[in-house]
Design a protein around this ligand. Sequence first.
Ligand code: AMP
Length: 212
Amino acid sequence: MTPTSASGAAATSARFLIVGPQGSGKGTQGVLVAAAFGVPQVATGDIFRANVAGGTELGKRVQAIIEAGDLVPDALTSELVRDRLQQPDASAGFLLDGYPRNRGQVDDLDEFLASRGESLDAVIELEVPRDESIKRIHQRAVEQGRTDDTEEVIANRLAIYERETAPILDVYRARGLVLRIDGVGALADVTARIFEALAARGLAPRHPGAAA
Ligand code: AMP
């Protein structure tokens, strides 16, 4: 059994990343994992889009970059994440979705966590073949009316994923943190695979019901 503190919260930390190409379902799965562990899901893409929609200063700075499917500069993105992770609700853990996305951001996150005496507990890699990702992105673009999901932008985003983001998995693999999950199949089956892999690492959810 996981040791619990007087407040009933699990003593183990839950600091996770979820990594996968656009259309891998990482947003959906990330929400479920975060809820089960009682930690916030921090999705940089969602934060940027909310700022664009709200017309904030940050939104104005990043709008053109996001619409082209390019990466927002590391310094700006890492500052945004550091601010978010310093909020009280992230003190016991977090699930990062969409960050880090390249080697520079891995270094920024390492530095931030080390300054707090913290480290990641697991990196969930969702594996989905390219064709399947493209199919799912198109479906989502139609369902959610995402303006950053045009043909050209999708191709650009996948190319950036393959060139810049996939290699960060090697860094985390060398640290023994990566849980490779087959992301093809029914949503619930993929969720079950993730929780099984986490449990095999001794990472048990605090609120298992929240994942149902
Ligand atoms: P996403 O929803 O994660 O695909 O993110 C949407 C867009 O936000 C991306 O295409 C980028 O323009 C930007 N973005 C999100 N996360 C990052 C990040 N970690 N670094 C740089 N840009 C990002």
